[in-house]
Ligand binder design. Structure first.
Ligand code: FPP
Length: 226
């Protein structure tokens, strides 16, 4: 079995899961966060070197109710404080992609202190968390950076200046929750990704389901236009 180098996941369906099981959207986010660890551990044991998780889109941040966002920030802070030793022990290089403007100060602080530490040598996994992320804005930023470097607009330079510039494009993008769209996620990087839309709501997405996707992926011949 060939394992991909980079798997990206749009973790959708927390709210619906929370309503279905507890009549409470917040519970869905709580269980959604709990579901991250087994996926990380699976990636490490199967030598999948890069895992990108879409945790919050720019549009989620702009359009969700204040109360829901407050709960999301609370879970974010709790998770990244609590998992620090796990990330260190497992040699996980954690970094964030997305905008930090407008986010509460405590969240900005966590994001920037973790990003400062990011180093992609001697690690088991690059864990990239897209938070307050917009792929369209990422692409615009990359063009602006390339211009400021006096470099030409070619695919190599634009790619390098994306937030994900240091890692390969994902071979696989999975979206849980039943919607068949990318929602402003890795639009440039997904040029040749295999995209799997699954009905399972994120808190119910298991390692077994991920393994099934990897098995399907292994049956596909990727020819990159050849
Ligand atoms: C998608 O489900 C989930 C979100 C928009 C937010 C999830 C983010 C967190 C819980 C913050 C913590 C993050 C990490 C990485 C620790 P949805 O609410 O869109 O579900 P729905 O489509 O059923 O409404």
């Amino acid at each position: 079995m060939i394992h991909p180098n980079h798997v990206a996941i749009i973790m959708d369906g927390n709210g619906r899961w929370g309503i279905k099981n507890f009549n409470n959207r917040a519970k869905g986010h709580e269980y959604g966060v709990k579901n991250i660890k087994p996926i990380i551990e699976f990636c490490i044991s199967n030598k999948i070197k890069n895992l990108t998780l879409y945790a919050l889109s720019k549009d989620n941040f702009l359009k969700r109710k204040k109360k829901e966002l407050k709960n999301i920030f609370y879970l974010f802070e709790k998770y990244f404080n609590k998992q620090k030793t796990f990330f260190e022990k497992k040699k996980i290089n954690l970094f964030f992609i997305g905008e930090n403007t407008g986010l509460p100060n405590n969240i900005k602080k966590i994001m920037s202190s973790i990003n400062k530490k990011s180093d992609i040598k001697n690690i088991n996994l690059n864990l990239c968390i897209a938070f307050n992320y917009s792929s369209k804005l990422e692409i615009i930023k990359s063009f602006k950076k390339t211009l400021s470097q006096n470099k030409s607009f070619n695919t190599k330079n634009i790619q390098k200046n994306l937030f994900t510039g240091k890692i390969n494009d994902p071979e696989i993008i999975i979206r849980t929750g039943g919607m068949n769209r990318l929602s402003d996620f890795l639009l440039w990087q997904s040029a040749y990704s295999e995209i799997y839309f699954v009905k399972t709501l994120w808190p119910d997405f298991t390692v077994r389901k991920l393994k099934n996707i990897l098995t399907q992926f292994n049956t596909i011949k990727r020819n990159f236009g050849a």
